[in-house]
Design a protein around this ligand. Structure first.
Ligand SMILES: [Zn+2]
Length: 113
């Protein structure tokens, strides 16, 4: 399932039955724009498959991605930012930078001590 992260923190998830059609998932509000959610699940605060897919993706990033990146940078001391993005995942690296867990200076990434 194709999932795209938007700048405002919501996600666009592609419909499995209609290629090229995307629904907007907002996990903070607990909503999706697909008909199944709007017509049925909203009332019972249920999760549709699009919301579930986004949840799985973000949980996986938290449990697998972040720790590995931080450990890698710690071990190397300082890493070229392009190499780090190539090796791991740009979204996760960006997120760590915005959280302040990693710092980038002149194309090099290191850990905040
Ligand atoms: Zn949905």
């Amino acid at each position: 399932m194709k999932i795209l992260k938007e700048k405002d923190g919501t996600y666009k998830v592609e419909s499995s039955s209609r290629k090229g059609k995307f629904y907007v998932v907002d996990l903070d509000k607990g909503t999706c724009t697909c008909p199944h959610f709007v017509l049925r699940l909203r009332r019972v605060h249920g999760l549709c498959k699009h919301m579930q897919a986004v949840k799985d993706k973000t949980e996986e990033r938290d449990s697998l991605g972040y720790g590995k990146i931080v450990d890698y940078v710690k071990e190397k001391g300082e890493v070229d930012s392009l190499k780090l993005i190539k090796r791991f995942n740009e979204e996760a690296v960006d997120d760590l930078l915005s959280r302040g867990e990693l710092i980038e200076k002149e194309g090099r990434i290191r850990i905040l001590e």
